[in-house]
Design a protein around this ligand. Structure first.
Ligand SMILES: [Zn+2]
Length: 470
């Protein structure tokens, strides 16, 4: 009877710090399985933070401390032929081996066998044995058979079953949970990173430096965003990640995960970022793709904001009068950084797009720090659709782009709008100065002359007037 082999599945949560070590072990076991003609494969699931309790034994103080920790884990599912069905319905479940006088157990060695290690069910002879196999018949009967009798007992060799069992044992004893102490703080040192952390850091980097793709980096010599991220993850300067960066990262990952199969089929890039989002982690080699999730999410938000504005019936109109400096209000809905090349020099410029509350589009071009936020000059490198700005600028051109009328403003001073900025301008109080008539002036002088206290002043003034008249 040919042996019937059924597959089994082992599911484990592997601490991400051990992922690459584990991968190496699985590859080794795969070679072993292949040699024995056994099927063996594995898949990694979506990474997640797992709450674990681990014990720290304080030997000297004599107590055990329970410590809660969060560990970034990656589910592992291994499918293979571990317990080979043998003739007579038997399965190899364990083995007992004596090496240099030390008795070793492998797999499942029940107490009955441990208590009687020299017994062989087949020959019923009790003698010192260096190899005893433990077999189970599927209905709970467990027996031990010496290695010299196993072929007689089963009618065939069990080499394949031994390999299957050893692979099974290797997997269930994979060091998947050790090292929590050193690992508590991050998903870092193995080069496997929690995706939320990476994307949130990317948002923080983009806020400071804008997004620099590979192509843009080649053009400008600036470090790519992925490079800045890699340095930050490996002991370099860390960007300041805010709570809103983290929230945005969750949304961005959700966005990347939500691509349809059709979209993934159309573009290998979309397929790749979707895979990373589904896994919820990225390795060093995948950092570039992982951090691009932040970028594509931001672009998508911009697109949606534009679409909403359009759907709401906003039709942009030109604002202001060409050449006449005025005050405008709007939210910053777009920041683009085209590269401008002149004859003598090259430089970075930024185009800021603002939309006022009725949807009118204003654009302004600068090559530096422009926005005044709470008295500080701040370089805004990403849209800020939640903040209303006051823009004092001069309309330079009324143009049209893709059917939208837009006003280009020059020499802008942009500040965050305050409540009082938005109040209607108060009419200027003009003090009316009444110019007296000659008759009135003569009347005043006559009155002053009549007053003895003022007569002297009048005399002096008359004297000065006469001297000037000469
Ligand atoms: Zn025997």
């Amino acid at each position: 009877m040919e042996n019937v082999i059924s597959s089994e599945i082992i599911a484990l949560d592997i601490n991400s710090a051990y992922k690459s070590a584990c991968e190496g072990k699985l590859e080794f076991l795969a070679r072993k399985a292949k040699k024995a003609g056994l099927s063996f494969y594995w898949t990694w699931g979506k990474g997640f933070w797992k709450e674990v309790t681990h014990e720290i034994v304080h030997k000297e103080a004599g107590y055990v401390e329970e410590k809660q920790a969060k560990v970034f884990c990656i589910p592992l599912q291994v499918t293979g032929q571990f317990h080979i069905a043998l003739p007579g319905g038997w399965k190899l479940v364990g083995a007992l081996q004596v090496i240099d006088g030390i008795t070793l157990y492998n797999g499942n060695v029940p107490d009955s066998v441990r208590a009687n290690p020299n017994h062989c069910e087949h020959c019923q002879v009790k003698r010192s044995r260096s190899n005893v196999y433990v077999l189970e018949n599927g209905v709970g009967k467990i027996i031990a058979v010496g290695s010299s009798c196993i072929r007689d007992f089963l009618g065939r060799d069990i080499d394949q079953a031994i390999v299957g069992l050893s692979i099974w044992e290797a997997i269930i004893t994979i060091d998947r949970s050790g090292g929590f102490d050193e690992y508590e703080s991050s998903g870092g040192h193995s080069g496997v990173y929690d995706l939320q952390r990476i994307v949130a850091m990317t948002f923080a980097i983009m806020r400071d430096r804008g997004y620099v793709s590979r192509a843009k980096s080649d053009e400008t010599g600036k470090d790519t965003t992925a490079m800045v991220l890699t340095l930050a993850l490996n002991g370099g300067e860390k960007p300041e990640v805010t709570e809103s960066d983290k929230e945005k990262a969750d949304k961005a990952i959700e966005f990347a995960e939500s691509f349809t199969d059709a979209e993934a089929q159309e573009s290998t890039y979309i397929h790749n970022v979707r895979e990373i989002a589904r896994n919820n982690y990225a390795t060093n080699k995948l950092l570039g793709l992982a951090c691009s999730i932040a970028r594509i999410y931001e672009l998508d938000c911009q697109k949606k904001a534009e679409a909403i504005a359009k759907a709401a019936g906003y039709q942009s109109q030109w604002v202001g009068e060409i050449g006449k400096r005025a005050q405008f209000f709007g939210k910053c809905v777009g920041v683009t950084s085209p590269f401008e090349s002149g004859l003598q020099f090259t430089r970075w410029v930024r185009w800021y797009t603002f939309r006022d509350e009725v949807g009118n589009i204003m654009k302004t071009k600068t090559d530096g720090i422009v926005l005044m936020i709470e008295g500080e000059r701040v370089e805004v490198s990403a849209p800020m659709p939640d903040v209303e700005f006051k823009i004092v600028g001069t309309p330079k051109e009324h143009s049209e782009w893709k059917g939208d009328k837009q006003t280009q403003l020059s020499r802008c001073v942009v500040t965050v709008a305050t409540e009082s900025d938005k109040l209607p301008a108060k009419p200027k109080r003009t003090r009316k100065v009444k110019v007296p008539t000659i008759a009135e002036m003569q009347e005043t002088l006559a009155a002053m002359e009549a007053d003895p206290a003022k007569r002297e002043i009048v005399a002096k003034m008359t004297d000065i007037a006469q001297r000037f008249a000469k």
